[in-house]
Design a protein around this ligand. Structure first.
Ligand code: ADP
Ligand code: MG
Length: 396
């Protein structure tokens, strides 16, 4: 288990940084590349700058290169090319234990014969931390994670969530300036996951840690991250804040992956500095914000992307599309509605998410509206499979 190697590192604890400034360090990777035997390019030219104290998530479906990228940063996997700099120091050729990074993996191997206290104290013992200091640090870390009452228990006397918290404490106790986490909550049920997400976020903020977190779960990424790198086929499609990814997706893949966008086929009818007008195949005219990243005018066919939560209803005959309500599904305070566009028998129904109070009735004829600012336009050059829903993670 690589986690244990890291603990042989003997570095001065970062307790010397003044309180309040955080212990995190900036990290940058440039042109990282990894090809495995058999010609699989797992990671292809990944570059990013991560600020000190930032919470960054690698988000992508299974096989998109998240773990390989993280393992190269950690030093457990040698890149074919590229470099990794932590806190201004080039660590590309350093052994994992010399990089000053902490790890939490999905498989949190605690020492079964040791108590919670002993498990958490272990990394400090390896570092020859004086006894009094060790006691103080272990006590503080356990308290922060709400485990003070369980210090004498052994891992088998704890629930899954508690064990995962101990693993987190063991990584946090020596205050690494950067913590890498690979699907650390993947094995837990939803309620526990939600609870631990909050814990992780709180601890990260409190200590000002730099965190790189890997998940295939969009919601988890949105909840935790300052910025998200959306990965696909070993590349980063977009590295941005959750809001930018949602509101300004740069590729159809990002629009679909982050919010299950509706894609409406059509062509550009007019393009001005203020807006783009898309004539939909179903006949209506959809106004989108001006497009800069792409040049849809050069590709006659486009797809306009709108998140279900950004669509509104209006009287039939108005808006960019009129259709018939097919399904109405209540999901708590939200209602999911599908509308079959008139004159588009073979087009996908449009999906909406509305406040429950505004639900239409099945069979009702309605019009659809969207704020131009919520509409992204993409050249229609991407094949359908690329928009596929992510496959469930295979537990790598
Ligand atoms: P993720 O963590 O996003 O699921 P990985 O980084 O584990 O993705 O894998 C990226 C690609 O590299 C996949 O196609 C995977 O099959 C391949 N891969 C990962 N590890 C190895 C390995 N040790 N040997 C060969 N191929 C690998
Ligand atoms: Mg993985």
């Amino acid at each position: 288990m690589p986690e244990l190697d890291v603990m042989t590192e003997r570095q001065t604890p970062a307790a010397d940084s003044p309180p309040g400034t955080g212990t995190g360090k900036p990290l940058s990777v440039t042109g990282l590349r990894k090809t495995y035997g058999g010609g699989v390019t797992a990671v292809d030219e990944v570059s990013m700058e991560i600020a000190a104290g930032e919470f960054v998530t690698f988000l992508g479906s299974s096989g998109s290169g998240k773990t390989t990228t993280l393992m190269m940063i950690a030093g457990f996997c040698e890149p074919d090319s590229g470099s990794i700099v932590v806190g201004g120091r080039d660590v590309t050729r350093l052994a994992p234990q010399k990089r000053g990074l902490g790890f939490v993996f999905q498989q949190y191997l605690l020492f079964p014969h040791m108590t919670v206290w002993e498990n958490v104290a272990f990394p400090l013992q390896l570092r020859d931390i004086p006894k009094a200091e060790l006691r103080r640090r272990v006590g503080e870390t356990l308290e922060m994670a709400g485990l003070s009452g369980m210090a004498r228990r052994r891992p088998r006397e704890l629930s899954g969530g508690q064990q995962q918290r101990v693993a987190l404490c063991r990584a946090l106790v020596y205050r690494p300036p950067v913590i890498l986490m690979d699907e650390p909550l993947g094995a837990l049920d939803k309620k526990l996951r939600d609870q631990l997400q909050t814990e992780i976020k709180r601890i990260q903020r409190e200590l000002g840690l730099t965190v790189i977190y890997v998940t295939h779960d969009q919601e988890e990424a949105l909840v935790l991250s300052d910025r998200i790198a959306v990965m696909r086929d070993g590349r980063v499609d977009q590295f941005d804040t959750p809001r930018e990814l949602f509101e300004r997706p740069r590729t159809p893949f990002v629009a679909d992956f982050l919010g299950a966008a509706n894609f409406l086929a059509g062509h550009v009818e007019e393009q001005t500095p203020d807006h783009t007008l898309v004539r939909l195949d179903t006949g209506g005219l959809l106004k989108a914000r001006p497009q800069t990243a792409q040049a849809p005018a050069q590709t006659p066919r486009v797809r306009a992307a709108v998140q279900p939560g950004r669509l509104g209803l209006c009287p039939a005959g108005q808006g960019f599309c009129t259709g018939t309500v097919e399904t109405v599904t209540y999901v708590g305070t939200l209602v999911r509605v599908t509308v079959r566009p008139a004159g588009g028998a073979d087009t996908e129904p449009v999906r909406l998410e509305l406040p429950a109070g505004r639900a239409p009735a099945p069979g009702e004829r309605v019009g659809l509206t969207a704020d131009p600012d919520d509409v992204s336009v993409f050249p229609d050059s991407v094949s359908a499979p690329e928009l596929g829903v992510p496959a469930p993670e295979q537990g790598r």
